[in-house]
Design a protein around this ligand. Structure first.
Ligand code: UGA
Length: 451
């Protein structure tokens, strides 16, 4: 006996995680995607995204008969047990950043066009994708159905821990102008026992942006503070530890880095700025958050320049650099808006010769050979090969394996013994023992500020 019949449209990391996790909560779930080859792979249990626990959950729920995959939203409608209608339709389709930072809603519109008229009376349509404020209202207009309610239920999943975040959420947010529909959606998650915020649709939509932009602001603040630490001789890890004990601030999300990236924070900060602009609100704090992040990438390049040439204006022409980590963060193979790649592009513009290594690309996908280059950066098979002959080694992604590399082997491979650790993850004493000069962010004693 299933709890509810749930249709999920879109099997990206949000849709697939939502589908598999809702099935694990006892619901009958049919996931639809327009990519027939992907659906075929999912039916065979092949999950393309690197997401811990997801492939196992998909396999488990598929064999338990609670999770099925079909091509196209139309096909999903007729795929529930005993041909009964879906009760809830989750929209988990992409909402990429369109011109001027506005989210592109064409995928949402096309799903509504395809199945809107076919939905049974009483179905609840749920927007799970991050969408601009007003999208629930717009979806209701497109639907033209007074007997189908629209609900906003933003997700707060992090790539690399999506299953864990879904099944152990900090909160569930459900917004709708139809209270009964909102409660029915909230009830899907009842077994998780998480705090639930029931609100109107616009507040739920804004809440997602408010959360991501706050996180981005926190990180830009930390990166700016790390720069200040360098200038005044303080240490960022002591400063963040100290402020983090204040429960109003918290220890999480306080690590300095090469700038925040990925498919969410950059898109959402720009989109919220756009929302503010259209509401005639000059959101200076958010603009500064974005500008600080853009500047952070240049700041890393400046650090490389100073460390390698000894001068702020020194030339990086023909300087060979090893880049360790290219994904936007550890635990994922996602390269979207990766700070590492943005920094690579700036270094290449400055004339540097780059070789990269990332553990996410050591093996190819689905039997294919691994890539030989990413975004014009040739890939080495391991960190030591990448470091061969390099004038500096940059740690750009916080992969745990970089902490435990045999740095003395790296030291004998490089041409010059410089490590620029943009994540502050490798113990500077270990590097020094290996004969390497450590340059981190905002660290006391790195001594890379003065010319
Ligand atoms: C982010 C949010 O954390 C999720 O809550 C949200 O659901 C998701 O966006 C989304 O909108 O779908 P994600 O993009 O997976 O999740 O990445 P984060 O783990 O938030 O990291 C974002 C960036 O900040 C990365 O580039 C990461 O390296 C950087 N970061 C994170 C730091 O530089 N320092 C930190 O302390 C934490």
């Amino acid at each position: 006996m299933f709890a509810r019949r749930v249709m999920v449209v879109g099997t990206g990391y949000v849709g697939l995680t939502t589908g598999a996790c809702l099935a694990s909560l006892g619901h009958e779930v049919v996931c639809a995607d327009i990519d027939a080859a992907k659906v075929e792979r999912l039916r065979r249990g092949v999950v393309d995204i690197v997401e811990p626990g997801l492939a196992e959950l998909v396999a488990e729920q598929t064999s338990a008969g609670r999770l099925t995959f079909v091509v196209g939203a139309g096909a999903a409608l007729g795929s529930f047990e005993d041909s009964r209608p879906a009760e809830v339709l989750f929209l988990c389709v992409p909402t990429p950043m369109g011109a001027g930072g506005v989210a592109d809603l064409r995928a949402v519109e096309s799903v509504i066009e395809e199945v809107g008229a076919e939905l049974a009376a009483g179905t609840v349509v749920v927007n799970k994708s991050t969408v601009p404020v007003g999208t629930a209202a717009r979806t209701a207009e497109l639907l033209e159905r007074t007997d189908v309610a629209v609900v906003s239920n933003p997700e707060f999943l992090r790539e690399g821990s999506a299953v864990k975040d879904f099944l152990g959420p900090d909160r569930i947010v459900v917004g709708s102008d139809n209270q009964d529909a909102a409660e029915r959606v909230a009830a899907l998650y009842a077994r998780l026992g998480a705090p639930t915020v029931l609100t109107d649709a616009a507040s739920a939509e804004l809440m997602k942006y408010a959360a991501n932009c706050f996180l981005a602001m926190k990180l830009s603040y930390v990166n700016a503070m790390a720069e200040l630490c360098e200038r005044v001789g303080a240490d960022i890890s002591d400063v963040t530890e100290g402020i983090g004990y204040d429960r109003r601030i918290g220890q999480a999300f306080l690590s300095p880095g090469p700038g925040w990236g990925g498919s969410c924070l950059p898109k959402d900060t720009h989109a919220l700025l756009q929302v503010a602009d259209s509401a005639d609100f000059e959101f200076r704090l958010l603009r500064a958050t974005i500008d600080t992040n853009t500047r952070q990438r240049q700041r890393i390049v400046d650090k490389v320049r100073l460390a390698v040439t000894g001068k702020r204006t020194g030339s990086l022409s023909r300087v060979r650099l090893a880049l360790l980590g290219l994904t936007f963060k550890a635990g994922t193979d996602d390269l979207r808006d990766s700070p590492a790649l943005a920094i690579a592009a700036l270094l290449r513009q400055a004339g540097a010769e780059l070789v990269g290594f990332d553990p996410a690309f050591v093996e190819g996908k689905d039997g294919a050979a691994p890539p030989t280059e990413i975004d014009g950066v040739p890939l080495a098979a391991d960190a030591v090969s990448a470091a061969q002959g390099a004038e500096a080694v940059l740690v750009l992604t916080e992969w745990p394996m970089f902490r435990t590399l045999d740095w003395s082997v790296i030291a004998s491979a490089v041409k010059r013994p410089i490590v620029i650790d943009t994540r502050n993850i490798v113990d500077p004493a270990t590097l020094r023992r290996a004969g390497l000069t450590a340059v981190g962010l905002g660290r006391r004693g790195d001594g890379d500020v003065a010319e």
